[in-house]
Design a protein. Structure first.
Lengths: 442, 620
């Protein structure tokens, strides 16, 4: 078995896709016209490291893939609930300068990840739909120059559902984007306003229609468990959303994050958030309706028709490799020394300066020890309904999962073993996942 | 004048102290300060130290005398401390004023009585707007019992709300002291501190003593110093104490040779000898504080005095509890820490204990509940240990059918009930002073706690209640309850009187159907239902929700007497995943782990450490 590896990891899978239980069907995708780089041979030490770190002795039916995350940190305005790395600039952003900094970061990450085949690219933010399509094209060109890109690669861009941005959709498509994720957030105008969104429901739905006509794939986000939201109101809103939904929906419960406007309002007693019991009722409504509409959760907050799961996000949750470029972007890559956690400088202008002077924007570049990797593997993997492969945990952690903790959680109905021997969280376990993971991780 | 030298580390500083000869005993004044908690005792002490030039202005810190962090934060004094002030009075004579700072809590009533016994007078400090309060009243009676002359001092007279005339009248009415000559001051601004110093000199009596008699000195207090070993605070009654003198502790029957002798200014300053009426310290190669007994009499080894000083009582722990590390791996650290604390505090005792649920720990004895909390706090603060304290218990006498008698202070050691003839519990005589308006509520509290009224009469406008109470009803939260229902105005003091038979049963607490031995306790059968219900209600609030439902029950033998249910956790899942930022999630997991480390696992249930002690505090 060892003999087939590591080549099997990176070359065989994207070219000849294995039958998958979920993940997009590559053959449904039109070819993306990206230049393909020749496979770069890589050193033996790296091969050994990959074997060790990826626990390559443990084949997983679910291919983690290799993804690239590109962070565009600018927004027209800051939403009051958002604690992502986003910034508002009064003057137009010098996109050309950012393009060359992205090219520099991509070249740097490519040197660290020779031989990988890109299975997904994700433009996140901030608001990536504020980028000129030519900027997106230049970044994708740079990716194609440095890596081999799988023919079925999923190229996603996050977009605001406004008419202005919808005008750029064709340009993004031409650049190679084949999937958009729209930040619709709510289906009533009052709540959109309360969430600080700049669009109306009508505008958002028009953008969804435009997107589905232009892109092969589309998804939109809703935020629920909003202040004063009742399960009845959410039921009606979600029904409408499912009627209009493309193949994929992200449904996030609103949380109060540190250093946001919502946190200040909440602490001042001006925001009435649903209590945990209502939060659970809202959660139950979500599972019930999405299940009935054949869009069940495949991850805590993500729902898709069969085969329409986000390839890129699966890479995170399957604890695969991903390179992150741009201000505040995070990455996990495997080097000859082991798996590394990387993060770039968060402040956009500072990031530019650092990249231009140092050739990369990394402010974190740390090797993860076995127990840190084991924690991350569980934290990410148990979010998926497909669950985790216990042998892969063992190979990463250097120890098996605790048998007594497993049997106790099974007895409580929180987790279950699949016939294939995977461990997955049950419907009862998902709403209390943080406790389940803390318990299983020990 | 005789030269003296500074202790270690004081550099080249030197000074001259008034020569101690038989004539100068008239120039000594030993005094303590009686005050309610916020009435300015520490500030006045600071001002006296400053005004007499004892500490240079640049070295002043607030509350010079409270040296432990816990003392400063809680505003309580745990160890007696003293400072010697030199003062040239208006009569042109030089005086030595020894200010004795006494502990201020009922747990340390014995230590207080010994500190007061070392002085001849007290300043009664009363806030000129708030007037006499309960704590003041209790302490002033202690001082009167010690035969003190008392000088009333009205503090904060500079404040607009000050009503000195009304407060003077109140002092006369309530305490029966002539307050017409009360000294009006502001400790904060330094107003009339001279007046206080003059009053100490002119109105308090000088000590009396015979320099030629055999040495007779009172052991006021003692503590452990990392550099010097055990330091003993002494008050000389008769005779003299010199360097290299061979001494005998009469009660402990231990012999030592005086090594260092000195006074506090407030730093230690060596002197050649201490004579009658003086207060100072000695060191004598004493290994641990347990070798010294507060209230003991120190005399000369060969030429000793005949009778020891009256009033000595051996330290007697009255409350016991188990102390266990939250993390069982910290047991050895706990052992070392307890050993170190014991060096400095002889009044608590300990022995190893093992619990089915908590593993290895120590059974410790304390003077009272505050003492218990202080030790616990010092262990966690000074030694960075996370501890679980089990239900406090008193010492029960168990009369067995076979005629033997067992002393039990851990409910886990309760023998088979079939073999028990009777269980006897300690009773106290409690004296409570309270303003009239709280009397009803306090009477009810005493009745609820199985009290028997012995006496009720009035001291001025205040009621004085005397009650016999079972100690086990008092150790948990009686003092807290009393303070709360009287809004801080009632004072409380007690003495152990005897053991009486009682209908006592062992109440067990079951969490998720498993008994938690650390929470079991002995209760009176009539009180079991109330206590059981209060315990399970408290625990329901203190134990966090789990992924499953948890029954919490109180039981006597096999019979469940109270039950509460902790509902299963319904939702706690992080909705968003922040792209590939796994680090953020991992940090949250680490935080959850840190939280779990502060809890102890019982079966499948994690109980937070604070639940053990908090569960015992009952609300009304």
């Amino acid at each position: 078995m060892h003999k087939h590896l590591p080549a099997a990891i990176f070359t065989a899978l994207p070219a000849v896709p294995e039958p998958r239980e979920c993940g997009p069907e590559p053959e449904n995708f039109p070819r993306v016209n990206l230049p393909r780089a020749a496979l770069t041979p890589y050193p033996r030490a790296l091969a050994r490291a990959i074997r060790a770190v990826m626990a390559s002795a443990v084949p997983d039916r679910f291919d983690p893939g290799f993804g690239i995350y590109v962070h565009w940190p600018f927004c027209l305005s800051k939403c009051p609930y958002c604690d992502f790395n986003s910034h508002v600039r009064a003057k137009p952003v010098d996109e050309a300068r950012y393009v060359s900094a992205f090219e520099t970061e991509l070249a740097h990450r490519a040197r660290l990840t020779p031989g990988r085949v890109v299975s997904s690219v994700f433009f996140g933010g901030g608001t990536p739909s504020l980028m000129q399509p030519s900027t997106v094209a230049a970044i994708l060109d740079a990716i194609g120059k440095h890596w081999s890109v799988s023919p079925g690669a999923e190229i996603t861009l996050e977009a605001n559902p406004t008419s202005v941005e919808a005008e750029r959709f064709r340009g993004y498509r031409a650049a190679g984007v084949n999937r958009v994720s729209l930040g619709v957030q709510a289906l009533n105008d009052a709540d959109l306003k309360a969430l600080g969104r700049l669009h109306t429901v009508a505008e958002a739905m028009a953008a969804v229609n435009t997107a589905t006509s232009i892109f092969e794939r589309a998804s939109f986000d809703l935020i629920y468990a909003r202040p004063n939201q009742t399960p009845q109101a959410w039921r009606a809103e979600l029904k409408e959303a499912l009627a209009r939904a493309p193949e994929h929906l992200s449904l996030y419960q609103l949380t109060i994050e540190p250093e946001t406007m919502f946190e200040r309002l909440y602490n001042a007693g001006k925001l009435k958030m649903p209590d945990p019991d209502t939060g659970r009722d809202l959660w139950d409504v979500t599972q019930e309706l999405t299940g009935a509409a054949a869009m069940p959760a495949y991850e805590v907050s993500n729902h898709a028709r069969k085969g329409a799961e986000s390839r890129h996000n699966l890479t995170y949750w399957r604890y695969g490799e991903y390179a992150g470029v741009g201000p505040g972007a995070h990455g996990r890559i495997i080097t000859p020394k082991g798996r590394k956690a990387q993060a770039s400088e968060r402040h956009p202008e500072m990031w530019l300066t650092v990249v231009e002077s140092d050739g990369n924007g990394l402010v974190e570049d740390d090797l993860l020890n076995a127990s840190e990797q084991a924690d991350e593997f569980l934290l990410m993997g148990l979010r998926l309904t497909e669950g985790i492969e216990p042998k892969r945990f063992e190979a990463i952690a250097g120890r098996p999962l605790s048998g007594s903790r497993i049997s106790s959680l099974v007895a409580d109905g929180m987790i279950e073993m699949t016939p294939q021997g995977r461990i997955r969280v049950t419907n009862e376990g998902f709403p209390v996942l943080d406790s389940v993971v803390a318990d299983l991780a020990g | 004048m005789v030269p003296c030298r500074a202790p270690l580390g004081e550099g080249a500083q030197s000074c001259y102290l008034a020569d101690m000869s038989t004539e100068t005993i008239d120039n000594i004044r030993n005094f303590s300060i009686v005050a309610h908690i916020d009435h300015g005792k520490s500030t006045l002490a600071d001002r006296l130290i400053q005004t007499t030039g004892t500490v240079a202005a640049r070295d002043m810190v607030e509350q010079v005398l409270d040296s432990m962090d816990i003392e400063r934060e809680r505003g309580i004094t745990i160890k007696a401390q003293t400072v010697r002030l030199n003062y040239r009075a208006h009569d042109g004579k030089d005086y030595i004023l020894n200010l004795m700072d006494t502990p201020g809590h009922v747990d340390f009533a014995y230590e207080v009585s010994r500190s007061l016994a070392a002085c001849e007078g007290s300043l009664l400090v009363v806030d000129a707007s708030q007037g006499v309060e309960a704590q003041t009243l209790a302490n002033v009676y202690h001082a009167l019992d010690a035969g003190h002359e008392i000088v009333p001092v009205l503090n904060k007279v500079d404040l607009p709300a000050a009503e000195p005339e009304r407060i003077k009248q109140q002092i006369e009415d309530v305490i029966g002291l002539d307050a017409s000559d009360a000294v009006a001051i502001s400790a904060k601004t330094g107003l009339n501190i001279e007046g206080v110093l003059e009053a100490i000199v002119t109105r308090l009596p000088a000590p009396r003593g015979d320099r030629d008699a055999p040495l007779k000195a009172l052991l006021v207090d003692s503590w452990y110093d990392a550099y010097l070993g055990v330091v003993v605070l002494v008050r000389i009654i008769d005779g003299t104490l010199r360097k290299h003198q061979k001494i005998r502790m009469m009660r402990a029957d231990a012999h030592y040779e005086v090594e260092k002798i000195g006074v506090f200014r407030p730093k230690m300053l060596d002197v050649e000898e201490l004579g009658p009426g003086e207060i100072g310290f000695i060191t004598a190669q004493i290994k641990q504080v347990a070798d010294t007994r507060v209230g003991d009499t120190i005399t000369d080894e060969r030429k000793g005095c005949l009778e020891p000083l009256p009033g000595f009582k051996p330290a007697q722990p009255v409350v016991f509890c188990g102390l266990f590390p939250v993390d069982a791996a910290d047991f050895e650290e706990l052992r070392a820490a307890i050993g170190r604390l014991r060096l400095n505090d002889a009044s608590f005792s300990y022995e190893m204990e093992s619990s089915a649920a908590l593993g290895f720990g120590f059974r410790c004895g304390f003077l009272g509940l505050l003492h218990l909390e202080i030790i616990q706090e010092r262990l966690s603060r000074e030694f960075n240990l996370d501890l679980i304290a089990t239900a406090p218990s008193v010492i029960y006498q168990i009369q067995m059918r076979d005629g033997t008698m067992i002393e039990m202070h851990n409910p886990a050691d309760m023998p088979d009930v079939m073999k028990i003839e009777e269980i006897r519990e300690p009773w106290i005589k409690a004296t409570i002073l309270t303003p009239d308006e709280h009397l009803g509520a306090i009477l009810k509290l005493c009745q609820d706690r199985r009290g028997i009224q012995v006496d009720l009469n009035y001291v001025g406008a205040r009621a004085m209640l005397v009650y016999d109470l079972p100690l086990n009803e008092v150790v948990f939260d009686f003092y807290d309850r009393l303070k709360s229902i009287s809004r801080g105005y009632a004072s409380f003091d007690y003495v152990l009187v005897d053991y009486r038979a009682g209908d006592l049963v062992k109440m067990s607490i079951l969490v998720n159907a498993e008994p938690v031995d650390a929470l079991s306790m002995l209760v009176h059968r009539d009180r079991a239902d109330t206590r059981g219900r209060a315990m399970v209600e408290k625990l329901r609030e203190l134990i966090p929700q789990h992924m499953f439902q948890i029954p919490v029950q109180a039981a006597i033998g096999g019979k469940i007497i109270a039950r509460e249910t902790i509902r299963a956790l319904r939702k706690d899942v992080t909705a968003k995943c922040y792209g590939g930022d796994a680090t953020r999630k991992r940090k949250l997991l680490d935080k959850q782990r840190a939280g779990k480390k502060k809890m102890r696992q019982f079966g499948k249930v994690e109980i937070p450490q604070e639940a053990f002690i908090a569960a015992l505090k009952m609300d009304a």
